[in-house]
Design a binder for this molecule. Structure first.
Ligand code: ATP
Ligand code: MG
Length: 457
């Protein structure tokens, strides 16, 4: 049975909601104010905390933040007063699952509560599945054994069966589309269409009509009615690639769809209901676009219900040999060449390289090597000059002169890595050399995702 903590300083509200939830089979504990809530949260955990926002002296935002601090897996639903959408969005920014405006319909409330609990269950199972996946190096045709990819796989297999919207983020070539397809193929919608639209490739003025369709005469050139991709994808999945490139009017329409499942064709006020699962991907930092007023914050939270981040290849170097071998198999089969393996020193070079183009770049390099070689083993000579040039960039001092087009952050990351390598991962020694405290070093390792690597070595 799901455990809910209900926080509201109005007794009548508390009683009504808790009675209702108990009738629906939930176990509900009540707190009459923020203090009482925090006391209870310290002694035990709940699946869901439902809190009013306006309370004294500790308000709902504080309850939300403390809950997330104590246990990020606990979901929080905030209740806002009528007409205060901003505080609801702010709460989502701080990690709330969702917000609901008072007064609300019981059915709507129950639906949100159920969804929040479903997500809590899902995240708990994902953590479990991660462990189960440990000795399996592939998921569908997606290769990876790094902790980061195991997390991704666990998430994919869990979210696939739900109807949640998923936002997949990651640099170019990390496999976002592959992951989106895997979600579709593992879902109940697998026999229905999977439609992809690259929002970045469409001029802004065509986005709306492409996605939502239009009626005849809606604009110059609209000579007949046109169905949009939402209608084409009905019953299936719609994958919005480069969602950060959508125009603001398109974003408004997407938001409306996510809120009430309805779309409107351009030039038509009649709502159309479509049953579409939305998956979105971005290689941009959407929070930055929000700051620049190029992306709606409310849409971001609706899309980001389940975030899946695919880390760049250089942050999961363990996957490189595995991927290289996978592509070797793939292309030797295709070209019918007899190439058995990649030599250890070639693997070493591949593992040390930074892969700005991520998996796609690695795939191309392996393909090129197979085409060019006339040996049965791929050796360093078969690799492009640029990659061979810098064997293991972070320990090869001779490479220091070539900083190329790297950001300061990348240089810092590499310098930290090379120092750690030089001193056999002795963090105390390395921090002395770098002139920073061990805490600062530790923090930087976390930021750059170097921590995981250290543990494995
Ligand atoms: N983990 C993986 N295992 C096997 N192949 C992979 C993996 N990740 C990516 N690929 C391959 O790398 C190529 C790029 O993947 P994909 O197109 O999904 O990347 P993307 O993140 O959508 O890139 P972009 O942002 O440029 O659109 C594809 O050929 C894909 O099959
Ligand atoms: Mg893509």
């Amino acid at each position: 049975m799901s455990d809910i903590l209900l926080v509201d300083d109005e007794k009548s509200v508390r009683l009504t909601i808790s009675l209702f939830l108990k009738k629906k089979g939930y176990s509900v504990e009540e707190a009459a104010n923020g203090d009482e809530a925090l006391e209870k949260l310290k002694t035990r955990s709940f699946d869901l905390v439902i809190t009013d926002l306006k309370m004294k002296p500790i308000n709902g935002m504080e309850v939300l933040q403390q809950t997330k601090k104590l246990n990020p897996m606990m979901e929080v639903l905030v209740m806002t007063a009528f007409g205060t959408v901003e505080s609801g969005v702010e709460a989502m920014r701080l990690g709330a699952y969702d917000y609901i405006q008072k007064p609300f319909e019981k059915d709507e409330f129950l639906m949100i509560v159920d969804k929040a609990l479903e997500r809590k269950k899902l995240l708990t199972e994902v953590a479990q599945l991660h462990d189960d996946l440990q000795d399996k190096y592939r998921f569908e045709n997606i290769i990876g054994k790094s902790n980061e990819m195991l997390d991704v796989f666990a998430m994919v297999s869990k979210v696939a069966t739900t109807s949640s919207t998923v936002l997949i983020s990651g640099e170019s070539g990390t496999g976002k589309e592959l992951i989106a397809r895997a979600i579709h193929v593992n879902s109940r919608r697998k026999n229905r269409s999977f439609i992809t639209i690259n929002c970045g490739a469409l001029p802004e003025n065509l986005q709306e009509s492409e996605l939502f369709g239009h009626v005849r005469g809606a604009f110059t050139g609209a000579i007949k009615d046109k169905r949009g991709l939402f209608q084409e994808a009905n019953g299936g999945t719609l994958f919005l690639d480069e969602v950060g490139e959508t125009s603001l009017p398109t974003q408004v329409k997407l938001l409306r769809f996510l809120q009430d499942g309805e779309i409107r064709r351009v030039g038509d006020n009649e709502p159309i209901f479509t049953d579409v699962r939305l998956l979105a991907a971005t290689n941009q930092d959407l929070t930055r676009l929000i700051k620049e007023s190029r992306f709606r914050e409310d849409l971001y939270y609706r899309l980001n219900v389940i975030p899946i981040h695919i880390p760049p290849l250089r942050q999961r170097r363990d996957d490189i040999p595995l991927l290289a071998d996978h592509f070797l198999q793939k292309f030797t089969e295709r070209t019918k060449k007899k190439i058995n393996s990649i030599s250890p020193d070639a693997i070493k070079i591949l593992t040390g390289y930074d892969w700005p183009g991520n998996v796609r770049e690695l795939e191309n390099v392996v393909e090129r090597a197979i085409i060019l070689t006339n040996k049965t083993v791929i050796t360093p000579e078969d690799l492009p000059e640029t990659i061979r040039h810098c064997e293991i960039p972070y320990i090869d001092e001779t490479c220091e002169a070539d900083f190329g087009d790297r950001t300061l952050e990348r240089l810092e990351e590499q310098h930290i890595l090379s120092t750690l390598e030089r001193y056999s991962w002795n963090q105390k020694k390395a921090s002395e050399i770098l002139g920073i405290s061990t805490t600062t070093l530790w923090r930087k390792l976390k930021t750059y995702g170097i921590e995981a690597k250290r543990k494995e070595e």
